[in-house]
Design a protein around this ligand. Structure first.
Ligand code: PEP
Ligand code: MN
Length: 318
């Protein structure tokens, strides 16, 4: 459908916003929209992220077992995801918690790509690991806790792999854009920004989903923006609503945690969708994509719209 024929979502950022607003982002001039550059399209395998297709990245928080990863990859592909997420190197609050399988996890991700055809996004936490992770991944994720690790970001940028740059949990939009500028300064134009919730005084949810930042970034920056409703919410029951809100706010894609048995997940189980929950979330965003004049995700025929597998209490939200 022609965008102009759609039920008229305003086209954010078609015009340059107020000059005084831009002054707040003076340290990152090249990530801002300009007459020359209105939208960056990041090529990943056969996809164009930031182009016409809304891209869903889905998978477990951590790569745990071959079975867990393959089952999830095959399921999310059938439900319309295009990219498989999964951490082989995990940033954890405690150094004694599961830190990820490292190289073995990367190899499992590469096998999942071969089997499913999905591209792979996975986090790199250390400068020393960049070349190894870049050998297996299609997109390098810079995690929230690393958003200001400029040595890591420089090494990741120089790998020439596309970068998914997650907003630090206490980072402003200007801080996020400064780090994105650093990727560009290191010769890599293929940056995607990720809003994953920020710390606020609110403790009822894991983070506060800053939907304002998504709308703002769509106005001021030409970089694709990916929304992560899972880390924002911290609870699976909230994830589909935040995903729909992200679509309406103009996000170019989603990063969502999915696990075959979330209650048994080695990390972030409370916020991971099970397969039925993911199917329902994917179906529920379709009308909002249609409002934007975009096609629904390409689902394999026969993937049913299943009802949620039971609501869980909100008590576990931390
Ligand atoms: C993750 O994506 O699993 C993750 C650790 O995210 P964040 O860096 O946003 O906390
Ligand atoms: Mn996680």
């Amino acid at each position: 459908m022609d965008q102009s024929d759609s039920l008229a979502f305003p086209q954010n950022g078609a015009h340059r916003v107020r000059d005084d607003w831009y002054e707040g982002f003076a340290e990152s001039p090249d990530v801002l929209k300009s007459a020359q550059r209105q939208q960056t399209i990041v090529p990943v395998l056969d996809m164009e992220i930031g182009g016409g297709e809304f891209i869903t990245m889905a998978g477990p928080c951590s790569v745990e077992t071959e079975f867990q990863l393959m089952a999830t990859a095959n399921h999310v592909r059938r439900a319309g995801a295009r990219i498989l997420r999964g951490g082989a190197f995990k940033p954890r609050s405690s150094p004694y918690a599961f830190q990820g399988h490292g190289l073995e996890g990367l190899k499992m991700l590469a096998r999942a790509r071969d089997e499913s055809g999905l591209a792979i996004v996975t986090e790199v936490m250390s400068e020393d690991d960049v070349s190894m992770v870049a050998e297996y991944a299609d997109i390098l994720q810079i995690g929230s806790r690393s958003m200001e690790n400029y040595a890591l970001i420089e090494a990741a940028a120089r790998s020439r792999r596309p970068i998914l740059l997650k907003r630090g949990m206490v980072a402003t939009v200007a801080d996020l854009l400064r780090s994105a500028q650093w990727v560009l300064d290191n010769g890599n134009p293929n940056v995607m920004l990720c809003e994953r919730g920020i710390r606020t005084f609110e403790t009822a949810t894991r983070n506060t989903f800053d939907v304002t930042a998504i709308a703002l970034l769509k106005q001021i920056s030409h970089l694709p923006i990916i929304a992560d409703p899972s880390h924002a919410a911290g609870h699976r029951d909230l994830v589909p609503a935040l995903a729909r809100i992200a679509v309406v706010a103009g996000a170019d894609g989603l990063l969502v945690e999915v696990h075959p048995n979330p209650d048994k997940a080695w990390s972030d189980g409370e916020q991971s969708l099970d397969f039925a929950g993911f199917d329902n979330m994917m179906v529920s965003i379709d009308p909002y994509l249609a409002l934007r004049g975009q096609e629904p995700a390409r689902r394999e025929r026969g993937v049913p719209h299943r009802e949620p597998s039971g609501s869980r209490s909100m008590e576990a939200v931390g």
